[in-house]
Design a protein around this ligand. Structure first.
Ligand code: CMC
Length: 428
C-alpha cells in the first residue's frame, strides 16, 4: 500500500498521499487538502513547498550535492563543456559526438541578431544596466519571431526558439556591454566556439587584434557550467510561473533574467565586489563589517554568504574558489579584493553567528573576482550568470510545458479589513 500522511483538523483525520523522489526525498501531496478540509497551507517564500516534481537537477543542501541529470557538478565542471551541459539539461541525456556536432552547428549558425535590433541598442542610455538591456532584448526577440508566440507549437519550432535563444544571448550580452562603453559592436564569427565567440565580441576592438587566452576561456566555460541550473530557485520558478500562463518562451526567459537581477539572487555577484570594494576603501577592517552584518538593526548583509538550500557548503563555490586561484595565477594578478574575500571568509566561518545559521560563501562570492580579473565590468557579472543559467531556464520551462502543468496561482490568507460600507468623499 502506498504511504500516506495523517493530518487531524477540527477533530477529523484525513489521509494525504506521500510522494517519494528518486533520491528518497519525501513530500506530502496537499493538492486535495482545501477541497476536503477548507484549509490551505501557508509558507511565505516557499521555504518548504515543492512547486513541482522535476527530473532535471538534484540538489541536497545538507550534504552539498549538486547533480545535473545524475552527473555530479564536479565531474561536469572538470570534463565537459557548457554546450554539452546545455544539451544535457534540455534533452535529458549527454549528447553523442554526432548529436553534439549537430547541436553546436545549429547554435553557431544562429548567433547573428537581426540588423534592426541594433537600433534599439542605440536608443538605450549609455548608463543602462546591461541586465535591463538583456531582458528587454530577449523579449524583443519575440517581436522578430512572431511565430514563436504559441508555447504549444510543434517540437521543431520550439527547438528553433531554443537554438536561437542560446545562440543569440551571447551576441545580445556582448553588444549590451559594447553599447554601454560606446564602442562599435563586434559581429559573431563562426570560426570560434561558443565561449571564444563571446570573448571576441566582448573584447576585440577595431584598433587591435584580440588574442583569446585559453585559460580564461576555460574558466569562463566552467563558470557557465556551474551556473547552468539550480532547480526551483527564484528565477527558474519565475520562468515556470510566467510560462504556465502560456506566455511565449522568449518572454518567459526575459522574466527569468529580471528575477535573477536582484542582489539576493544572481545580482549578488555584482554586490559582492561592490561590498569588498567598500570594505577596502573604508580601511579594510573585516571585523567591523562582520559585526555590521550581525547587527539586526543594520540592514547590511554579507553579500555572497548564505543560501536558501545549502546549509553545509555550496559545491559550486568550492570549484570556483580553485578556478579563481588558477586564473589569477595565470594572469599574474594580485588582487587586494581577493585577499579581503579570503579574510572575510575566514573570519565569518569562525564566527558563532554564521556557524549557528549555517551561512557559508555561495557561488557568487568568488565568481566576481574571476570576472574582474578577466576584464568583465562589474555590471556585466549578472549577465554572465544569466548566460550560464539560460539552458536551465529553458529546461525548466520545457518540463513544465511537457508535464502539462496548470497555470501557477498560489492562494493567500487574507488579513485586511472585513466588509465595510463605502462612504462617498464628495457628499455635502
Ligand atoms: N549576512 C548576514 N546574515 C545573514 C545572511 C547574510 N548574508 N544571510 C542570512 N542571514 C541571516 C538572516 O538574517 C537570518 O537570521 P535570523 O535567523 O537571526 O533572522 C538567518 O541568517 C537565515 O536567513 P534567511 O534570510 O531566513 O535565509 P533565506 O533562505 O530566506 O535567504 C539568502 C537566503 C541567500 C537570500 C540570504 O542568505 C542572503 O540574503 N544572502 C546574501 C545575498 C546572496 O549572497 N545571494 C546569493 C545567493 S546564491 C546565488 C543564487 O543562486 O541566487
Amino acid at each position: 500500500m502506498s504511504e500516506t500522511a495523517e493530518i487531524k483538523l477540527d477533530g477529523q483525520t484525513y489521509n494525504l498521499p506521500v510522494v517519494t523522489g528518486s533520491e528518497g526525498e519525501k513530500a506530502i501531496d496537499i493538492k486535495g487538502l482545501r477541497g476536503e478540509t477548507g484549509y490551505i497551507t501557508l509558507d511565505s517564500g516557499y521555504k518548504n513547498t515543492g512547486a513541482t516534481e522535476s527530473a532535471i537537477t538534484f540538489l541536497d543542501g545538507e550534504k552539498g550535492i549538486l547533480r545535473y541529470g545524475g552527473y555530479p557538478i564536479e565531474q561536469l565542471a572538470e570534463h565537459s563543456t557548457f554546450l554539452e551541459v546545455a544539451y544535457l539539461l534540455i534533452k535529458g541525456e549527454l549528447p553523442t559526438k554526432e548529436q553534439f556536432k549537430d547541436f553546436n552547428n545549429k547554435i553557431t549558425r544562429h548567433t547573428l541578431i537581426h540588423e534592426d535590433m541594433k537600433q534599439f541598442y542605440e536608443a538605450y542610455p549609455r548608463k543602462a544596466h546591461p541586465m535591463a538591456v538583456l531582458a528587454s532584448m530577449l523579449c524583443t526577440l519575440s517581436t522578430f519571431y512572431p511565430e514563436s508566440q504559441d508555447a504549444d507549437r510543434d517540437i521543431d519550432s520550439v527547438d528553433l526558439t531554443i537554438t536561437r535563444l542560446i545562440a543569440k544571448i551571447s551576441t545580445i550580452a556582448a553588444w549590451s556591454y559594447k553599447n554601454s562603453v560606446g564602442h562599435p559592436v563586434v559581429y559573431p564569427q563562426n570560426k570560434f566556439n561558443y565561449i571564444e565567440n563571446f570573448m571576441n565580441m566582448m573584447f576585440s576592438m577595431p584598433t587591435e587584434e584580440y588574442e583569446i587566452n585559453p585559460v580564461i576561456a576555460d574558466a569562463l566555460d566552467k563558470l557557465l557550467i556551474l551556473h547552468a541550473d539550480h532547480e526551483q530557485n527564484c528565477s527558474a520558478s519565475t520562468v515556470r510561473l510566467v510560462g504556465s500562463s502560456k506566455a511565449n518562451l522568449y518572454s518567459s526567459i526575459s522574466a527569468g533574467v529580471i528575477a535573477l537581477w536582484g542582489p539576493l539572487h544572481g545580482g549578488a555577484n555584482q554586490a559582492v565586489i561592490e561590498m569588498l570594494d567598500k570594505v577596502r576603501k573604508d580601511g579594510g577592517s573585516i571585523e567591523k563589517w562582520v559585526e555590521k552584518a550581525k547587527d539586526k538593526n543594520d540592514p547590511f548583509k554579507l553579500m555572497g554568504f548564505g543560501h536558501r538550500v545549502y546549509k553545509n557548503f555550496d559545491p559550486r563555490a568550492k570549484i570556483i574558489k580553485k578556478a579563481c586561484d588558477d586564473v589569477l595565477e595565470n594572469l599574474g594578478i594580485q588582487d587586494p579584493i581577493l585577499d579581503l574575500a579570503k579574510k572575510l571568509e575566514e573570519v565569518a566561518l569562525r564566527d558563532d553567528y554564521f556557524i549557528e545559521r549555517k551561512l557559508y560563501p555561495n557561488v557568487d562570492f568568488y565568481s566576481g573576482i574571476i570576472y574582474k580579473a578577466i576584464g568583465i565590468p562589474t555590471d556585466m557579472f549578472t549577465v554572465m550568470f544569466a548566460m550560464g543559467r539560460l539552458p536551465g531556464w529553458i529546461a525548466q520551462w520545457q518540463e513544465m510545458i511537457n508535464r502539462k502543468e496548470p497555470i501557477g496561482r498560489p492562494r493567500q490568507i487574507y488579513t485586511g479589513p472585513t466588509v465595510r460600507d463605502y462612504t462617498p468623499i464628495n457628499n455635502r
